[in-house]
Design a protein around this ligand. Structure first.
Ligand SMILES: [Zn+2]
Length: 207
């Protein structure tokens, strides 16, 4: 995973169009505050980290007036991989500029609900879908995972519901990415006007 935008080189990318160029301000002028409510004071673990993050934001004093509509009109779909821990800086964008949607593998197909809300209600126009090398989604199959879940509690018929879940794993990064971009092109519920859609592969070695 690159530490900056340069880490995702054009050589690593496949795009249906040129990479997202420049951006314009959204039509909506609505603003929202991330400090609308005073947070409860957490005491330990992850909540202490969240609390400290909020304190840092408050100290900077510059993030409380961000617009709810992403200023770059951009959606980024990327993997939930814990090693990709700061997609904003790693992709060269900052808070308020884009919606970042994360799930296992960074699948647009698994992000459709959020994509539609982002486009229809919050004015985004461009979608960038990312895969990354060394992704865990290439290491299992749906039948294997279903069996593993069933084996975790033999005889528990409630676990049979897992048979209805397609875990959408993939073996080939580039093919999976192309299929996902094609899926977005075909899905008309995303946007009335055809927005730009691009797919990119990030190399973790570029970090
Ligand atoms: Zn991944």
């Amino acid at each position: 995973m690159p530490s900056s935008r340069a880490g995702c080189s054009m050589a690593d990318s496949i795009t249906s169009r040129a990479p997202v160029p420049c951006f314009t301000e959204p039509a909506s002028r609505r603003r929202t505050s991330v400090h609308a409510q005073a947070p409860l004071r957490p005491r330990r673990g992850i909540w202490r980290g969240v609390f400290r993050f909020q304190q840092r934001l408050r100290a900077r004093g510059s993030k409380g007036d961000l617009r709810v509509n992403p200023t770059k009109k951009l959606i980024v779909v990327t993997c939930m991989d814990a090693r990709l821990n700061n997609p904003f800086s790693q992709l060269g964008i900052t808070e308020g500029q884009a919606h970042i949607i994360r799930n296992a593998g960074g699948l647009a197909k698994d992000s459709l609900r959020s994509i539609i809300i982002s486009q229809r209600l919050l004015g985004t126009r461009k979608i960038a879908v990312f895969r990354h090398t060394d992704c865990g989604m290439t290491t299992f199959t749906t039948p294997e995972l279903r069996q593993r879940i069933r084996d975790s509690d033999p005889g528990n018929d409630l676990l049979n519901e897992v048979d209805k879940i397609d875990f959408l794993e993939f073996k080939n990064l580039e093919k999976s990415l192309r299929d996902d971009v094609r899926f977005l092109r075909r899905t008309r519920s995303c946007s009335r006007r055809p927005p730009s859609r691009g797919g990119y592969i990030m190399s973790r070695r570029a970090r």
